[in-house]
Design a protein around this ligand. Structure first.
Ligand SMILES: C[S@@+](CC[C@H](N)C(=O)[O-])C[C@H]1O[C@@H](n2cnc3c(N)ncnc32)[C@H](O)[C@@H]1O
Length: 313
């Protein structure tokens, strides 16, 4: 199991929260009674859920995460009776009562590719009609920050130790849509998918390294001794600089492409025809494209706030 550092992760809390906040705005459910934040990390995404939905007498919010360090940190963020945290893995999570809203921000990319969508389908199947599963995953393996990370891992004296390390690609939007919309076992689901590109302006290549040290670099670094880690980071930062990664006039950028999704279990009386008509109308409204087997939403959204106009916190 890889280890996570809440402190390192939260160095860029503001930027990391932006996709979670955006995902929240897409969720159609208004008053969920039971909410589960899958892979809640240090509790930052749980706090956003609480801010939107917190009505203590009627709502319970549970955050689960496989990292005890993250859960320890999350436990320091609230004393509210209706919010609780527990160590647990998404893939083995079984709720003791139906969950109205599953939320999972920047977590499911860490599951093996063959398992990811099946885990979602299993949890959606346990939801009541109207329940929502909302998740967002970075699709960053093709970005320079991650390509160079892999190249440095493959080329250095550490190559043998790092063979096969790193996470797998996430599925394409089309694949995710097609697998999830096929509800199986009579469970009908409505699915929305989108892709957003975030540009975070960081102050130098050293900050790009700091950013990925909190996430994608962890599996590599934790297999190396201290000296090797220093060597790896030096080569990595040097290559980012030499290759002029994402250089604008005065900032270095880290580009984060995110896939956002929610699927909603629909009423069993809701006919398949109605659902298809609804999706088609939604597609027309949003000017969507055809994925081959399904009509899906596909838009590129670069909002002003994701163009680096944020001040760092
Ligand atoms: C990038 S952080 C996201 C934290 C938070 N959800 C947020 O919005 O910032 C990813 C978290 O997923 C957790 N995680 C990774 N794989 C997991 C799994 N299989 N089950 C539960 N948690 C997992 C990690 O421990 C880490 O805290």
């Amino acid at each position: 199991m890889t280890t996570w550092s809440p402190t390192q992760y939260l160095k860029f809390a503001s930027e990391r929260n932006t996709p979670a906040q955006d995902l929240l705005t897409h969720i159609p459910i208004q008053s969920p009674t039971r909410i589960v934040d899958l892979g809640c990390g240090p509790g930052n995404s749980t706090a956003l859920l609480a801010a939107r939905y917190n009505t203590p007498s009627t709502t319970s919010i549970t955050g689960i995460d496989s990292s005890p360090d993250m859960i320890n940190k999350a436990n320091t963020t609230t004393t509210a009776d209706n919010i609780s945290f527990a160590v647990g893995a998404v893939e083995s999570y079984t709720p003791d009562a139906p969950v109205d809203l599953y939320f999972s921000n920047a977590v499911l990319q860490w599951l093996p590719k063959g398992e990811r969508l099946q885990v979602i389908k299993k949890l959606v199947k346990g939801q009541k009609a109207g329940g929502v599963f909302a998740f967002q995953m970075p699709d960053t393996l093709g970005e320079p920050s991650h390509v160079i990370m892999r190249e440095v891992a493959e080329r250095g004296p550490w190559a043998e130790k790092l063979r096969g390390v790193g996470r797998e690609e996430v599925e394409s939007l089309e694949e995710i849509y097609d697998v999830l919309v096929d509800g199986t076992d009579g469970v009908e689901v409505d699915v929305k998918v989108w892709r957003t590109v975030y540009y975070h302006a960081l102050d130098g290549h050293g900050e790009i390294v700091e950013w990925v040290r909190g996430t994608g670099l962890r599996p590599y670094l934790e297999r190396l001794g201290e000296e090797e880690q220093r060597g790896f980071l030096e080569v990595y930062e040097g290559e980012l600089r030499e290759r002029g990664v994402e250089r604008s006039g005065c900032w270095d950028w880290i580009v984060y492409v995110k896939l956002g999704l929610w699927s909603m279990r629909v009423e069993s009386s809701y006919s398949e025809k109605n659902m298809v008509m609804n999706i088609l109308q939604g597609c027309r409204d949003a000017g969507m494209q055809n994925s081959g087997s399904s009509e899906i939403s596909k838009y590129r959204d670069i909002s002003p706030s994701s163009l680096g106009l944020f001040t760092h916190q």
